[in-house]
Design a binder for this molecule. Structure first.
Ligand code: 13P
Length: 255
């Protein structure tokens, strides 16, 4: 059985003060949840303070990006050892907003995954098609090439540590969630790719999250799908009440 993982991607939102208030509420209201892994991913500048507040709690911290070199003349970048040093455990890699606005490619995603794994961070690797690709029946081709190129050269032991987040770009921030059947279809396809590339154990171990307009009202039916192992939550992770409810409702039907 795969342990579900619910992560909040705060994107470019919340000052450190607001972030501290939010996680203080999450810590209070989610302290008794043991069925799922819970992660929050604030902006870089809030990470250190978040790590202090959440120390020894059941809520882990994730970053939203990293650079693949450890140190050197790379102005403006943040590396895996620096994240690790302050208590970060997860890192989102290749989010569609980074692919769209910041030139992220499957090749840079691959380098970032390797850097994260080298330093003991758990990569949350994002894949997903845009609306035009879905409408022209290219979803599976796009997912296949994103997975193949982003995960190229990784061994089975490394793969077992990774989380993949399937985020159909047309469902991000639009209120238009993929139906549970649409999401399950792609999750199942990804699991088949994992089976073909790395074998049964990786396919059965690796967790695949769904992301795209996840809310308290739709999380349970998404989680009821056999290949959906959690969620990467944007907008609904910015309000304590909504994120608490997403986490609690995700536990309703633990498989
Ligand atoms: P929304 O939940 O706001 O649609 O965002 C999803 C997302 O991009 C999470 O990474």
């Amino acid at each position: 059985m795969r342990r579900p993982v619910i992560a909040g991607n705060w994107k470019l939102n919340n000052t450190t003060k607001q972030a501290a208030e939010l996680v203080t509420l999450l810590k209070r209201d989610l302290g008794d949840v043991t069925e799922v892994d819970i992660v929050v991913c604030p902006v870089f500048t809030a990470l250190s303070v978040m790590a202090d507040i959440l120390m020894e709690s059941n809520i882990a911290i994730g970053a939203q990006n990293l650079y693949w070199e450890d140190s050197g003349a790379f102005t403006g970048e943040v590396s895996a050892p620096l994240l690790k040093e302050i208590g970060v455990q997860y890192v989102i890699i290749g989010h569609s907003e980074r692919r769209q606005y910041f030139g992220e490619t499957n090749q840079t995603v691959n380098k970032k995954i390797r850097a994260a794994l080298t330093h003991g961070l758990i990569p949350i690797v994002c894949v997903g098609e845009v609306l035009e690709e879905r409408e022209s029946n290219k979803t599976f081709d796009v997912i296949q090439s994103q997975c193949k190129d982003s995960l190229a050269g990784l061994g089975a032991e490394e793969m077992k540590k990774i989380i993949i987040a399937y985020e159909p770009v047309w469902a991000i921030g639009t209120g238009r969630t993929a139906t549970p059947a649409q999401a399950q279809e792609v999750h199942h396809f990804i699991r088949e790719l994992l089976f073909k590339g790395w074998g049964e154990e990786v396919a059965q171990t690796l967790r695949i999250q769904y992301g795209g307009s996840v809310k308290p009202e739709n999380i349970a039916e998404l989680m009821a799908q056999p290949d959906i192992d959690g969620a990467l939550v944007g907008g609904a992770s910015l309000k304590a009440e909504a994120f608490v409810q997403v986490v609690k409702n995700s536990c309703a039907l633990i498989k």
